[in-house]
Design a binder for this molecule. Sequence first.
Ligand code: NAP
Length: 493
Amino acid sequence: MAAQYDAVIVGAGFGGMGAAIQLKRLGFHRLLILEREDDLGGTWHVNRYPGLAVDIPSSTYSYSFEPNPHWSRLFAPGAELKRYAEHVADKYDLRSSMRFGTVVTGAYWEDAETHWRVSIAGGESVTAWYLLTATGFLSQPKVPDIEGIDSFGGKVIHTTAWDDDYDLTGKRAAIIGTGATAVQLIPEVAKVAAELTVYQRTPIWVSAKPDYRIPAAVRRLFAAFPPAQRAVRLIGSAVLELLMITGVVHYRRLRIANRLAERSCRAHLRRQVPDPELRRKLTPDYSFGCKRPTFSNTYFRAFTRPHVHLETTRIERVDERGIVTADGRRTDIDVLLLATGFNLWDVNFPAIEIIGRDGKNLGKWWRENRFQAYEGVTVPGFPNFVSLNSPYSYSGLSYFTTIECQMKHMDRLFTAMRKRGAQVFEVTEQANERFLARMTDRVGDSVFALGQCATANSYYFNQHGEATLLRPTSTVNAHREASRFPLSDYSYA
Ligand code: NAP
């Protein structure tokens, strides 16, 4: 029986849209893109908190084949990313394939029919020759497991569910968390709240952000002469690559570069915070790169304002009126802002139940046999399945590097399959094992193995203590392998 669709893609963020564009280029037009939210854009649709902006230069944080000359700043605000996503969806005619408010509950491979059956909440199911999951890494919000949090009598807002109607002006606010989200949010809340207490468990490495408005004349130049913007993109990519290679991947040989990055963050902190005790509290005790660092010119400075307090004592409980710390002190608040991030390893690998050949359950298999995926894309035992948010798939610092490497991989794989007149692909166990061994070996040279990461509380590490999120190679290597991997690493039928 023919499948209803050529491919089902789960997720209408930039990853899912990139995959859809690639499939269309390859001649697959019967696509269905299923999205649990009520609109496209993924992260950039869900996140709307004050201060939201990209923290990778925008000319780099975008598709290379769809440059946007209209970015207002070097680091564009979140709303521009959302508009860019809408533009891409319209230009590449993706909207007609999208279904919003549709929660995929699972997918299983029907071997006799050689297709995937995808189950949707409410009881419906659809079939497709190919299944692609683009559910994001940071898409399952984490609500902290703090005693009494449900008993709080004021307003609670997680940063992924911002309440635009709630006015923070004059309020006594608390923010839990000091990750990249909090770094953007804290200075904005500090502008309007009467009191702001920030509960920090682990400090974050923050460096200066060379953020500028892009003058209209430059934007006109980018529009009229795209190579000018490509040059800016190249410079941005090169800087990020340098940071990743020297600070993280080749730590064994280049730890001096990692130290320089730390030194530059410390100098930034010194310039902004005169009080040595406050500086001590804001200084991480783990190596740069163990955890996602970020950029900001306003974060540290916010803590020097008289109504902003940094609390580093452990939270004991939340009660109806506020937060009580382990030393018995209580802080009464009106609003509790949760910048507590996302759950990756318990619920997001994979985000939905995936059952492959012979009933193989992907989530179970990953947990029982280490997290792994060939080139961060495919898994043995799961034919015709492209898992875009896999272990070792995140390459470089801009997510668009990952997306475009994966598009290249799909191009090579589907073209090879077509040349053979095949309809089913599956990565071989040997190829997968080889790749896993190589990644494991490479991680051994990185800051994750050789740096001081024990106190970082980093989501780069899974529940077994292995750093299996980032691909520990250069992005040049990732691009090269995506377009040159041995075709014999797959079986075709
Ligand atoms: P995050 O980095 O995971 O940070 C969550 C914060 O909440 C951490 O400080 C964490 O402390 C704290 N926390 C969690 N549970 C807690 C608990 N029970 N008690 C006390 N503190 C708790 O999440 P995020 O800030 O949302 O950022 C996630 C990622 O999103 C970033 O790393 C980045 O990749 C991305 N992001 C990107 C941009 C951008 O501009 N491109 C902007 C924002 C975010 P511990 O560290 O101790 O666990």
